[in-house]
Design a protein around this ligand. Structure first.
Ligand code: UTP
Length: 299
């Protein structure tokens, strides 16, 4: 097996129906959180973790994504000529160097497992790879994937990112069945997709970050449609755990926003906005005034 994780897969072929009608013509992954599209946060997190090859599993209507990561020579020349160095740096930081990205198409949205399987020719059968879902935006230092890569150095086995959720929330997630736990790392017997609270094996929910063994890629090809008649990534990871090769959950240190939902997206916008010194005071004043207004109306 190769000793480093250098490749990441970004499944961006979903329909994004929760953001209709905006997603009629804008891919969900291109919706901006403050001034960067969601997909940029995932790419930056992957870069911080040492990833140097980026594969997007894309679909019809998503061509804004490859355009976004391209170099824009005219715009760069203009900003350079204007002396807009700060903007130029921002712009250049959003480029991915030529030859480091690849795009494959998922002809139909047949599920996350199917989307990852579309990238089968991208990973060698002796290398682990990362998968990042860009609609999960994670605020963490170091970044969530970096934390997981560090844990992988010890386990050398598949790892899924996890967080603890309230019992009444387990039905919204894939949940780990834990065999043993040590610190942030837990060995999993397997995982269950969206269990009822009283049947849930734990409250460790899977988030959109994975480090997967090449075997998982092979297992996807034999995975039958599961929940929602979709080919589920969790079913392939379950098969990996059943094979005895070992699957771990890593409880990352940080905060995850579900930017695939409107509420999560709005919360992230406020939090990331407050992080920006140039926006903080104005935004705080606005939030305080708005809350005071709300309280007045209620009383
Ligand atoms: P979601 O479950 O959020 O689905 O997918 P979605 O289609 O993007 O959004 P909604 O539910 O209709 O609003 C989770 C991740 O898996 C990818 C999505 O792009 C997203 O990153 N995905 C899902 C695919 O790439 N292909 C699929 O067939 C399904």
């Amino acid at each position: 097996m190769k000793s480093k994780i250098k490749k990441a897969i970004f499944p961006v072929a979903g329909l994004g129906t929760r953001f209709l009608p905006a997603t009629k013509s804008i891919p969900k992954e291109m919706l901006p959180l403050v001034d960067r599209p969601l997909v940029q946060y995932a790419v930056d997190e992957a870069r911080e973790a040492g990833i140097d090859s980026f594969l997007f599993v894309s679909a019809l209507g998503k061509s804004a994504i490859p355009d976004y990561f391209d170099k824009h020579p005219n715009l760069e020349a203009k900003l350079h000529a204007n002396g807009s160095d700060e903007l130029l740096t921002k712009l250049q930081n959003s480029n991915i160097p030529s030859g480091s990205t690849a795009y494959v198409r998922q002809g139909e949205p047949l599920g996350l497992g199917h989307a990852v399987g579309c990238a089968r020719n991208f990973v060698d059968n002796d290398e682990y790879f990362a998968v990042l879902l860009p609609d999960d935006v994670i605020k963490a230092k170091p970044g969530c994937l970096k934390q997981m890569v560090d844990a992988w150095e010890d386990t050398q086995a598949s790892i899924v990112g996890t967080m603890e959720v309230a019992r009444d929330q387990v039905g919204n997630y894939g949940i780990l069945d834990l065999e043993s736990a040590q610190g942030r790392l837990a060995k999993a017997r397997g995982m269950v997709e969206k269990p009822a609270p009283d049947e849930s094996p734990s409250n460790h929910a899977i988030i959109g970050r994975y480090i997967l063994s090449p075997h998982v890629m092979q297992l996807i090809s034999t995975t039958k449609p599961g929940v929602g008649n979709e080919i589920q990534l969790t079913d392939a990871i379950n098969a990996e755990a059943a094979s005895g090769r070992g699957v771990y959950g890593y409880q990352f240190d940080g905060h995850r926003y579900d930017c695939g939902s409107m509420a999560g997206f709005l919360k992230a916008t406020v939090d990331f906005g407050l992080d920006r010194p140039e926006l903080k005071d104005e935004l705080l004043d606005f939030l305080r005034e708005t809350l005071a207004e709300f309280d007045k109306v209620k009383s």
